[in-house]
Design a protein around this ligand. Sequence first.
Ligand SMILES: O=C(O)CCC(=O)C(=O)O
Ligand SMILES: [Fe+2]
Length: 161
Amino acid sequence: MDVLTAHKMVNMNFYPTCPNPDLTVGAGRHSDMGLLTILLQDGISGLYVKLEQEEPENEGEWMEIPPVPGALVINVGDILQILSNGRYKSAEHRVRTTSTQSRVSIPMFTHPQSTEKIGPLPEVVERDGVARYRELIVEDYVNYFFEKSRKGKKSLDFARI
Ligand SMILES: O=C(O)CCC(=O)C(=O)O
Ligand SMILES: [Fe+2]
C-alpha cells in the first residue's frame, strides 16, 4: 500500500416525524465504514455520539451533537481506525427521530478503493510495537460490514488480531 485513493459517496437521509420516537429507530447505532465522513445536518437535532469507553464513568453515555449553522460534523470511520492502528477511533453514533419535525442529513463518506489492501500503517506499528489489526482487502471488509447485522462497532472484530 503506497498511496490510498479516497473515493467519495454522498448519501441523503430523510427521517420523517414519528408519533412515538421511543418506538422507532432513525439510524441504529453504528460506526461509518470508511476513512472520514463529512456530515451536513439540517437545523433539527437527533444525532448522538457514544462517548469513549476508555473512560469507565462514561460507559454507555450518548452525547447529542446539536446542529451548528454553517458547521459540518467530521466522523472517523473504521478503516481510519485500522490504518492508525487504533489511535483514531471510529465514532459510534445513532439518530433519533422526533414526533414534531422531520429531519434531513447529507453525509459524504470517503473510503479507499475496494481492491486496495489495507492494514495498520507500518510507521504506526513500529511506534506501537504491535499491530492491532490484520491486513485485509477493502472489499472483504465492506462485505462483512453489510452482511452482519451491525451492533455498534462489532464489524471491527473482522479486522482485529
Ligand atoms: O443523519 C445523521 O446525522 C447521520 C447519518 C448517518 O449516520 C449515516 O448516514 O451513516
Ligand atoms: Fe453514520
